[in-house]
Design a protein around this ligand. Sequence first.
Ligand code: ATP
Ligand code: MG
Ligand code: FE
Length: 353
Amino acid sequence: LTVLGIETSCDETAAAVVRRESDGSAAILSNVVRDQLDLHRRYGGVVPEIAARAHVELLDAAIAQALDDAGLTFEEIDAVAATAGPGLIGGLIVGVVTGKAIALARGLPFVAVNHLEAHALTARLTDGIGFPYLLLLVSGGHTQLLAVEGVGRYRRLGTTLDDALGEAFDKTAKLLGLPYPGGPEVEKLAKDGDASIPLPRPMLGRAEPHFSLAGLKTAVRQAAQQRAPLSDQVVADLCASFQEAVAEIMVDRTGRGMALYLDQFGEDAPRQLVVAGGVAANQRLREALDRLCHAQGFTLHAPPLALCSDNGAMIAWAGLEHFARGERDDMTAEARARWPLDPDAPPAIGAGV
Ligand code: ATP
Ligand code: MG
Ligand code: FE
């Protein structure tokens, strides 16, 4: 099976081709990502209207490039998948309309993909793992612990009550005067810093594996104000201290998630932890989770960096997983700004979806 994937939910315009052989092995044949950072940077964040227009301008060429890199024509594609949500509605509409147009023109099946599910299933593309597994999803818009029982079957164990982890990184970076997106900047500067500045660890030790991350950013702001004017060294120390607090919180919360996962699936359940989403690129977080996994007898599956942030390969793969099960969408499929992975879960207070 060979699937073309289209991603336009935020500020990456991406297209990719992924193939699964009959023996189950999978390969990324191409993975084109056009980020729009230069368009958004001066606003300090993604401007939805600008992003949507840029997707219109960039997407056709990204798709052509993805086919070209893969050495394939539309005739050799079995299905077209596009992110239908959640995300910025303008961009989502561009991707869904483009995907449906290709499907219609080429007589191909169309699959509407949930962007979070694509993050969630990436480890099956890269590591070939089976179900179930525990997922720590840490991205720009989401921070959740989920039990992944199968394709389309997600049980939420914990979620953030306020900011997402990527958002906390971005806001912390912004208040320290660092450019957008802040996550990679904070990580870079933290390497030269000392984690010596005391910051809180909200929710540590709580039984339910929920998160609260907004207070951390406020604590960084106060610590920064007390130390103004900020030297480069203090900025680096603040970045390192923030990152350490994050690592400690994530380890504690994920440890609780592991216990809950084993409660629900039994002690003999596969001890697999997947970390996915843009913040999964953070090396300090990966290290900390790796240590936790060692201690708890879990294996850690973290996608390669290029597949942590938004990309088309994960969309193509999620589309392929559904299509392989005989599932497809028709031309009434629509973009949706909100689309929770686990529709039955009660909405968390103040959480994104
Ligand atoms: P969602 O997937 O929830 O819809 P999104 O697609 O916008 O949101 P991603 O692209 O998955 O989010 O992740 C982007 C986020 O990851 C940004 O907040 C960015 O700062 C953060 N990020 C990227 N690299 C790193 C890093 N090395 N360390 C920390 N955070 C990072
Ligand atoms: Mg992005
Ligand atoms: Fe994402």
